[in-house]
Design a binder for this molecule. Structure first.
Ligand code: AHR
Length: 540
């Protein structure tokens, strides 16, 4: 295949809804020809940080206990109490970071309760999640052990809501200091000589809500104060992440940006915090009835995907506010909670947030990733909520048998892993039909993104067919580089609600996509209905 170059403009009949201010969501342009995705292979953009593929594990339901941690005496094969099968599955995803211990739990967690001999650790009430008693058997050492087993990086979330500045200051000292300081000595006493690396530290969580019901200006002042005492010890460089807004609360982001300093000039580090978080969850109903994970209508399918696409809109809007205060983009945006939030599975504890995961969740994930890649210049990290047994999980474990199931979302993470630390490429979607408009926003039936690894002469293209019922043939119009080879993978299921269970663990699993043909413009691909595909290109 060789590069060909009809001009993009000649194919445009009209542009669909592109909200003012540029790219704030997936868009497609109209074309008189066949459906196409045009990729400029020779115009690399921002680096897609591997941290956009981050994870989140809270003391919530069966995420930590039963999910990651079963204890040394469990019949389930484990290493120092941590499930070997869960570690192996996540290592295969190359997860870049893990956020812990919350969430809402973070603002009632006192880290000193979770160190020392387990039988002597005090208990506490996990008031947010099921009102259960937490025995603190999984604490700081267990978490950092998990991080090392996973080969990932630690994102520790500190307590502002009910913790002191001293407590937070001592935690980072305990974790990262090398000499004989009081906290380093205490860590040694508890069996760990070497300090750990902790590159990310959260300054509270949802401080407008469960983290203390604070006003924006009040929290901004606290974020400055607490961040000051999260020191860089022994060469450990911390990115301090202030607890950010939810959804479209731009005022909260604005207050935090007003309080951040040293952003006027291109040189020097922003402070006292270097990043601001954002949370956005996808659901098809109101908070009081978010919808079933597995039983939904076609209308709910499209409504959900449209709401998933809104994550990109929120990222773009908050980034626009940040741009006003920080033109050099020194402060990072961190979407450290995202994903679907459904009604819990019937018969399970409502406080444990256990839900199934279908092809709809897979499409939600792929739509998020396409948006993340387009905003890689400001978005430095994203963490799906949550890794095991809670909300949009990668892994579900059976509480009785311990059986492990990989979800459709897991497979989307695996298929997209090649975008980590690659350079974003523009991927223009051109469709012959008008996009449906849902809640005032156009929802094209194709979502796409692409990235380039120059050193390896490879490119990865992600394609999602949002159509619930119809396959879609499209041309991959590949420009600017010669393509000398390709492989492709597809994920779909028998229905939009297809999902995996211990009885049918591979009902949804990736398989080679064979419906790929050479085309004068590049390749022609046929995507099954409700599917996610990746095409790996070898460039000449
Ligand atoms: O992920 C579940 C909860 O959602 C988190 O604890 C909280 O931060 C958010 O409201």
């Amino acid at each position: 295949m060789t590069e060909n170059a009809p001009t993009l403009a000649s194919d445009l009949v009209s542009a669909l809804t592109t909200p003012a201010g540029g790219s704030t969501g997936p868009s497609a342009r109209r074309t008189t020809g066949p459906a196409r995705v045009v990729v400029d292979l020779d115009l690399p953009g921002a680096t897609i940080s591997r941290h956009l593929y981050g994870h989140f594990a809270e003391h919530l339901g069966r995420c930590i206990y039963g999910g990651f941690f079963v204890g040394e005496d469990s019949e389930i094969p484990n290493t120092r109490g941590i499930r070997d099968d869960v570690v192996a599955a996540l290592r295969a995803l190359h997860i870049p970071n893990l956020r812990w211990p919350g969430g809402c739990f973070a603002d009632e967690y006192h880290w000193k309760d979770g160190i020392g001999p387990r039988e002597q650790r005090p208990r506490m009430v996990n008031s947010h999640w099921g009102d259960v008693v937490e025995d603190n058997s999984f604490g700081t050492h267990e978490f950092l052990d998990l991080v090392e087993l996973l080969g990932t990086e630690a994102y520790v979330n500190g307590n502002v809501g009910s913790g002191t500045v001293q407590e937070m200051s001592e935690w980072i000292e305990y974790l990262t200091r090398a000499d004989d300081s009081p906290m380093a000595a205490l860590r040694r006493q508890n069996g760990r000589d070497e300090p750990w690396k902790v590159p990310f530290f959260g300054i509270g969580n949802e401080s407008w809500g469960c983290g203390g019901n604070m006003r924006a200006e009040d929290y901004a002042a606290l974020a400055r104060q607490y961040s000051t005492f999260v020191r860089d010890h022994a060469g450990n460089q911390v990115t301090r992440i202030a607890a950010g807004a939810s959804d479209g609360d731009l005022g909260w982001t604005e207050s935090l940006m007003r309080a951040v300093t040293n952003v006027e000039h291109a040189d020097g580090k922003a402070g006292p915090y270097q990043a601001i978080s954002l949370h956005y969850y996808t659901m098809s109903g109101p908070w009081s009835d978010k919808g079933s994970a597995t039983e939904f209508t076609e209308d709910e399918w499209y409504l959900t995907l449209s709401r998933a696409a809104r994550a990109e809109e929120h990222v773009a809007r908050h980034a626009t506010v940040m741009d006003r205060y920080d033109p050099h983009r020194k402060v990072g945006l961190v979407l450290d909670e995202w994903g679907t939030w459904w009604n819990v599975e019937p018969g399970t504890n409502p406080g444990f947030l256990y839900q199934q995961n279908t092809m709809r969740d897979a499409l939600v994930a792929s739509i998020h990733f396409d948006g993340f890649h387009r905003h890689a210049d400001r978005l430095i990290m994203a963490n799906i909520a949550q890794t095991v047994n809670v909300l949009q999980a990668m892994i579900l474990t059976d509480p009785d048998t311990g059986a492990l199931v990989l979800t459709p979302t897991y497979h989307v993470f695996a298929m997209n892993a090649g975008h980590q630390d690659a350079a974003a490429l523009d991927a223009h979607v051109l469709l012959p039909e008008e996009s449906a408009v849902i809640e005032g926003r156009a929802l094209p039936r194709i979502s796409a993104s692409a990235s380039l690894r120059s050193a390896e002469d490879t490119a990865l293209i992600s394609l999602s067919n949002l159509d619930a019922a119809e396959p879609r043939t499209l041309v991959l119009d590949l420009r600017g580089r010669e393509v000398v080879g390709h492989t492709a993978t597809v994920l779909t299921g028998a229905s939009t609600a297809a999902h995996n269970t211990p009885e049918q663990p591979e009902a949804v699993a990736p398989v080679p996509l064979t419906d790929v043909r050479e085309h004068p413009a590049g390749l022609e691909v046929t995507l099954p209905p409700h599917s996610v595909a990746t095409v790996q290109l070898q460039l000449g």
